[in-house]
Design a binder for this molecule. Structure first.
Ligand code: IMP
Ligand code: MG
Length: 208
């Protein structure tokens, strides 16, 4: 079998991000890790796309300071990088949700583990999500937050998996369309590991 770690990037950036091959990065702390496969989005492409999203949000929200609502824990790296690319006053808040189901599949039944501190009434809320797979988590969050009377409610999702959604997504901002494989890095985990990888790669689960 071909070594998946040597194949090139296949990501297709949405909204004009430049497609470039990712480097041969799948080492973890300098040690090759067989559980980490092909790089789907490189560190350089992440940085560039996050800058583009921040610039667009800065234009769109001028005069309407956004409240970034980060969905813990996966979106925390994206949110902290994105916030620094938004040239506007803004607020941040976080919520944590847990979905019932297996570790790699969402059931659509979502439980709020940590709720927001802020009242959303009259605020311009921008949900910051790491990855949309079935879309069920996001669809729940949107309904839940919409019921709290925000002045506006939009979503920025860094990754959207191709072709898996049965629900209407309606994303104001989307970072990358990626193939429907389980990925880790840049906030995304498997059993709490790999969130600190600076790139996003396929999780093969090999060697563990
Ligand atoms: P959905 O409800 O099926 O859209 O799943 C969304 C949530 O599942 C995301 O917010 C992630 O927390 C998690 N998730 C989905 N796909 C992946 C993946 O490939 N890697 C890591 N987490 C994922
Ligand atoms: Mg999440």
């Amino acid at each position: 079998m071909m070594d998946p770690r040597t194949s090139t990037s296949v990501h297709t950036p949405a909204g004009g991000g430049a497609a470039r091959a990712a480097g041969p990065e799948p080492e973890v702390a300098g040690v090759p890790d067989p559980a980490i496969g092909k790089v789907v989005v490189s560190e350089a492409d992440l940085r560039q796309r996050v800058q583009e999203l921040g610039a667009q949000i800065s234009v769109d929200y001028a005069g309407r300071p956004p409240l970034l609502v980060g969905v813990l824990k996966g979106a925390c790296l994206f949110l902290s990088d994105l916030a620094r690319c938004i040239d506007l006053p803004l607020e941040m808040d976080f919520m944590a949700v847990s979905s019932y189901g297996s570790s790699t599949h969402t059931s659509g039944v979502v439980r709020i583990v940590k709720d927001l501190d802020l009242d959303l009434t009259g605020r311009h809320v921008l949900i910051v999500e790491d990855i949309v797979d079935s879309g069920l988590t996001l669809s729940y969050l949107r309904r839940n937050l919409a019921a709290r009377n925000p002045a506006s409610l939009e979503v920025v999702a860094l990754f959207v998996k191709d072709g898996l959604q049965s629900v209407e997504l309606d994303l104001a901002y989307e970072g990358f369309r990626i193939p429907p494989e389980f990925v880790v890095g840049y906030g995304l985990d498997v059993a709490e590991k790999y969130r600190n990888l600076p790139y996003v790669a396929v999780y093969t689960g090999e060697g563990g």
